[in-house]
Write a protein that binds this ligand. Structure first.
Ligand code: COA
Length: 257
């Protein structure tokens, strides 16, 4: 792969955007490679947690602005739809996804982070939607996901001004789940993702499917999916092990089935 690298350890797969000299800006090759990697990983039952992060000093500085000199309305529509397909496959990825925001997360880079379940920001990170300064606005789902996450008023403020916010401010806004001092960033991300990977992958999958179903449908449908998913947890060995271990006062050994 030209623009992405992968690292795997104990069920945690790290997808690293790898164009550090261009602050990991998303070009068509990166979009295409992201799509290919995600369709492979989605079939891989050994993946317990997916981490998205960036090489070098940025998470991702957005779509590659050089591409914008060539876009027409019809190719722009295609670009936006392709990007959204990737964001959606991350949002619907069957196991927990974590954006490890090591530096700049701007424009499409922030939209990528927004499609992950959880965002952890380094204290060195800066986040924002600067598209307005280029005479455009977010086209990879940011106008939908950001207001849902932090509320319409704050989301519009970020989109209207194009201003970047610090990791600290992002914490205050509820834009990121956690902020970690930059020197301890890797260590803390690993500790957090290892914790997720120690849970039952079968149950994590059911849990995520339930929450996604309720976010994308009526309360009634979401609630019914929860009951069905909850009931199917009782078909797993992990449910039996979890309860048994609790009653025997020991740590559970989950096998993911
Ligand atoms: N598209 C294409 N190239 C980008 C890019 C983007 N979105 N963001 C950064 N780069 C490139 C720069 O052109 C530069 O390449 P060069 O060394 O070949 O000239 C390299 O990455 C480093 O960026 P630079 O601007 O020199 O770093 P900086 O530390 O001075 O500034 C930013 C960092 C993030 C503030 C600045 O790069 C920036 O504003 N980027 C654009 C962000 C944006 O508008 N994103 C939304 C796009 S829709």
């Amino acid at each position: 792969m030209e623009t992405i690298s992968l690292e795997r350890k104990d069920g945690v797969v790290k997808l690293i955007l790898n164009r550090p000299d261009k602050l990991n800006a998303i070009n068509p090759t990166m979009l295409q490679e992201l799509g290919a990697i995600l369709s492979n990983l989605i079939e891989d039952d050994s993946v317990k947690v997916l981490v998205v992060t960036g090489a070098g000093r940025a998470f991702c500085a957005g779509a590659d602005v050089n591409e914008f000199t060539k876009l027409t309305p019809s190719s722009a529509l295609k670009f936006s739809r392709n990007g959204k397909e990737i964001m959606r496959s991350i949002e619907n990825f069957p196991v927990p996804t974590v954006a490890a925001i090591n530096g700049y997360a701007l424009g499409g880079g922030l939209e990528l982070a927004l499609s992950c379940d959880i965002r952890i920001a380094s204290s060195a990170a800066q986040l924002g939607l600067p598209e307005i300064n280029l005479g455009i606005f977010p086209g990879f789902g940011g106008t939908v996901r950001l207001p849902r996450l932090i509320g319409k008023a704050k989301a519009l403020e970020l989109m209207y001004t194009g201003d970047r916010v610090s990791a600290e401010e992002a914490m205050r806004l509820g834009l990121v789940n956690r902020m970690v001092q930059s020197e301890k960033f890797e260590e803390e991300v690993t500790a957090f993702t290892s914790k997720l990977a120690s849970k039952s992958p079968a149950i994590l999958r059911l849990l995520k499917a339930s929450v996604n179903a309720s976010s994308n449908s009526s309360e009634e449908v979401g609630s019914e999916v929860e009951s069905l998913a909850w009931a199917s947890a009782f078909s797993t060995d992990d449910q039996k092990e979890g309860v048994k271990a609790f009653l025997e006062r020991r740590e559970p050994k989950f096998l993911g089935r």
